[in-house]
Design a binder for this molecule. Structure first.
Ligand code: CAO
Length: 552
C-alpha cells in the first residue's frame, strides 16, 4: 500500500499561516487539487490543494494551528493504491487511523465484545481503540459542530471537551468518553450530527502505553463508569483506563464535567489551579465559584495578556426574537477586535477635549485646492493635523513613548511616524506615514492619499502598517462633535478629529463666526498626566489656529 504525505507547499513569502478551515475529514475521497485546508497569512487567505487524487487517511491538524512550509498535514492513499485493495495493510509502518495492524488481534482478543464493537471492526480499529459517539442530545434532533477542540494525536482526559456543538437552543461541549489519544477524527466545523453518530476514534490510555497495539493484551472492559460520568459516555465502551486515570495523581490532570468547564471558561478560571472537592478530586461548579470569589477578594492580578477573569457576555439565542444569520469575521475585523479589547483592558484611558479655530487654516486650504488638483493631490485637513501633531510630539516627547511594564522602562522614540485610521469595507486599518516632522504638507497629503487608496484596495503591506508612534483618527469628513478613541497601544496617545462647524466665538467685544474643529485626545494615563494632555491639546489648537506656529 502506498500512502502519500500531505505537506504544506511553498507559501509565497509568508513565514507561517494559520488554519482557518479544515475542508475535509479522514475517509473523504478527493481529486487532485481539491482544497483540503483554508490557510490565512497576514496577507491573504489561500487553499491547500490535494497533491493527488485519493482518500484522506490521516489528518494531523486542526483549525487554529499554525503551519510552516513543509509541515506535515496528514496522509492520503492515492487512487491507484486504493484500487489495489488493502490486503497488505498489516505490513504498513505508518501510524494509521482506521487501518491498524492490530485489527485482527483486536477481533480475536475481544471475546466478550459487545454489539457496538462490530462497528469498530468494520471500520478497522485497533484493540483499545473505541469509537467516539455523539451522546444523547437533550431533545435536539441535530447539532452543528461550531468548534473542533482537538486534533488527531492529541492526548485527552476523560470528560475533556472534544467538540463544541450548537443546537437551536444552546451550545454544548461534547466530552471525551475516556482518557487516551485521538486516533481519528471524521468531522469538521460545520458538519451536522445526530445522536449516536461516530465522530472519530480514541485509543484508551492503557493501550497507548503499550505501544502501537500489535502486541497488545486483551482489554478488560469495566462497566462501572466513574462518578459523575457524563451522558456522553458510551456505556458499551466504558474502559479500564477511566478508573486508572482517576486514581493516578498527576498535577496536570483535571477532572471536570463540561458544564463546569464552560463556567470556568466564562469566568476565565484556570481549572489547573482549582482544587476539586468532588469524588476523586473532581472539580465541581462550587469549586469554580469559590476560586473566582477568592481571586476577586484577593485582587489577584490578571495573567499576562491581561483581561482574563472577565466573564464573557453570554449570547442568547437571537433567533427567538427574529431572523438572524451568522457571518465569519474577516481577519482585519478579528485583529481589530483583539487589539481594541487588549488596549481597552490594559490601558487606563482618559480623553481630553479641545477645540481649534481653523477658520484661517480652512481659507488657506481652500486657496491651495486648485494647486492640489494640478499636483493630483487632494488637500484635506488631514495633512495639517499630522503636521500639528508632529510639532506637539516634538514639543512634548512624553507622548512619543511606549511603556515596557515588564522591565519598568519607558521607551523614548526619536522618530516621528504617525498612523492614520482608515475606514475600509473590510474594516479599520492604520497605515503609517514616516518622518512626518520632516515632510511638507504636500508630501503628507500625497502619502496619505496613496496609503488610504492602498488600504481600500487591500494592498497595504505589513511594513505600511507598522512603526507608528501616535495615531490620528479623523471622523470629520463624516460627522460628530466628539468621541473617545481607543489608544492604539503600545502607543500612548491617539487624536480624534470630529466635524468642524461654524460657532459663535466671543472675541472680547462681540461674537465672531469661527470654524471650530473638535479634537479628542485619548491617552494612556500611566504614561501621561492630565496637565501634559491639556498642554498637548492646547498646543495643537494654537498651531491649527495659526500655522505660523510651525515656523517657530
Ligand atoms: N471637519 C470638517 N470637514 C472635514 C474634516 C473635519 N474635521 N475632515 C475632513 N473634512 C472634509 C475634507 O476636508 C474633505 O472636504 P473637501 O471635499 O471639501 O475637500 C471631506 O471632508 C472629505 O474628506 P476625506 O475623508 O476624503 O479625507 P480626509 O483626509 O479628511 O480623511 C481618511 C482621510 C482616510 C482619514 C478618511 O477617509 C477616513 O477613512 N476616515 C475614517 C477613519 C475612521 O474610521 N476612524 C475611526 C477609528 S476608531 O473606530
Amino acid at each position: 500500500m502506498s500512502e502519500q504525505q500531505i505537506r504544506v507547499p511553498e507559501l509565497g513569502g509568508a513565514e507561517s499561516v494559520e488554519i482557518v478551515g479544515v475542508l475535509v475529514s479522514v475517509g473523504d475521497s478527493v481529486n487532485a487539487e481539491d482544497p483540503l485546508l483554508e490557510l490565512e497569512s497576514d496577507k491573504a487567505t489561500v487553499e491547500l490543494p490535494a497533491p493527488a487524487a485519493g482518500k484522506i487517511t490521516r489528518l494531523d491538524v486542526k483549525e487554529g494551528d499554525s503551519l510552516k512550509e513543509g509541515d506535515l498535514v496528514g496522509m492520503m492513499e492515492t487512487a491507484e493504491a486504493g484500487a489495489s485493495g488493502d490486503s497488505d495493510q498489516s505490513e504498513s509502518d505508518e501510524e494509521p487511523a482506521g487501518a491498524s495492524p492490530a485489527r485482527d488481534e483486536a477481533q480475536e482478543a475481544d471475546t466478550d465484545s459487545q454489539a457496538g464493537d462490530a462497528a469498530s471492526e468494520a471500520s478497522g480499529t485497533s484493540a483499545g481503540e473505541q469509537e467516539i459517539h455523539v451522546p444523547e442530545l437533550g431533545g435536539a434532533e441535530s447539532v452543528e459542530i461550531v468548534g473542533v477542540l482537538v486534533g488527531v494525536g492529541d492526548s485527552v482526559n476523560a470528560e475533556d471537551p472534544l467538540l463544541e456543538l450548537e443546537s437551536d437552543k444552546a451550545t454544548v461541549e461534547m466530552p471525551s468518553p475516556a482518557t487516551g489519544k485521538i486516533t481519528r477524527l471524521d468531522v469538521k466545523v460545520g458538519d451536522s450530527l445526530k445522536e449516536g453518530d461516530v465522530v472519530g476514534m480514541l485509543e484508551a490510555a492503557d493501550s497507548s502505553a503499550q505501544g502501537t497495539g500489535a502486541d497488545k493484551q486483551p482489554e478488560h472492559k469495566k462497566e462501572a463508569p466513574a462518578a459523575g460520568a457524563s451522558p456522553a459516555r458510551d456505556n458499551t465502551k466504558a474502559d479500564a483506563s477511566q478508573s486508572a486515570s482517576s486514581d493516578t495523581a498527576s498535577g496536570k490532570r483535571v477532572h471536570a464535567g463540561p458544564s463546569v468547564r464552560r463556567i470556568a471558561r466564562e469566568f476565565g478560571a484556570d481549572l489547573q489551579q482549582i482544587q476539586g472537592s468532588g469524588p476523586k478530586g473532581r472539580i465541581l461548579k462550587e469549586d469554580v465559584q469559590a476560586w473566582v470569589r477568592n481571586q476577586l477578594q484577593s485582587g489577584a492580578s490578571a495573567p499576562a495578556g491581561g483581561g482574563a477573569g472577565i466573564p464573557e457576555v453570554p449570547l442568547p439565542d437571537f433567533s427567538q426574537f427574529g431572523e438572524v444569520e451568522r457571518q465569519s469575521m474577516t481577519k482585519i475585523q478579528r485583529l481589530t477586535a483583539q487589539g481594541m479589547h487588549r488596549s481597552w483592558l490594559n490601558v487606563p484611558h482618559v480623553t481630553q477635549f479641545e477645540k481649534a479655530d481653523i477658520t484661517d487654516l480652512e481659507a488657506f486650504r481652500k486657496d491651495h485646492k486648485a494647486e492640489g488638483e494640478k499636483r493630483g493631490v487632494k488637500m484635506t485637513l488631514l495633512p495639517f493635523l499630522m503636521k500639528a501633531c508632529a510639532h506637539a510630539l516634538t514639543t512634548y516627547p512624553q507622548f512619543n513613548v511606549s511603556l515596557d511594564m515588564a522591565n519598568e522602562q519607558i521607551i523614548q522614540k526619536h522618530y516621528c511616524h504617525i498612523g492614520i485610521a482608515v475606514d475600509t469595507p473590510n474594516g479599520l486599518v492604520v497605515p503609517v506615514i514616516r518622518d512626518v516632522d520632516r515632510k511638507s504638507i504636500w508630501q503628507l497629503a500625497a502619502e496619505a492619499q496613496e496609503l488610504a487608496g492602498k488600504a481600500r484596495d487591500k494592498k497595504l503591506t505589513n511594513n505600511d502598517m507598522s512603526g507608528a508612534c501616535f495615531t490620528i483618527t479623523s471622523l470629520g469628513g463624516i460627522g460628530g462633535t466628539a468621541f473617545t478613541p481607543i489608544v492604539n497601544s503600545p502607543e500612548v496617545a491617539i487624536l480624534g478629529a470630529s466635524k468642524a462647524a461654524m460657532e459663535p466665538v466671543w472675541d472680547g467685544a462681540q461674537f465672531q463666526p469661527r470654524l471650530m474643529l473638535p479634537l479628542s485626545l485619548s491617552y494612556d494615563h500611566r504614561a501621561i498626566n492630565g496637565a501634559d494632555a491639556a498642554r498637548f491639546t492646547t498646543l495643537l489648537s494654537t498651531t491649527l489656529g495659526d500655522l505660523r506656529e510651525l515656523l517657530l
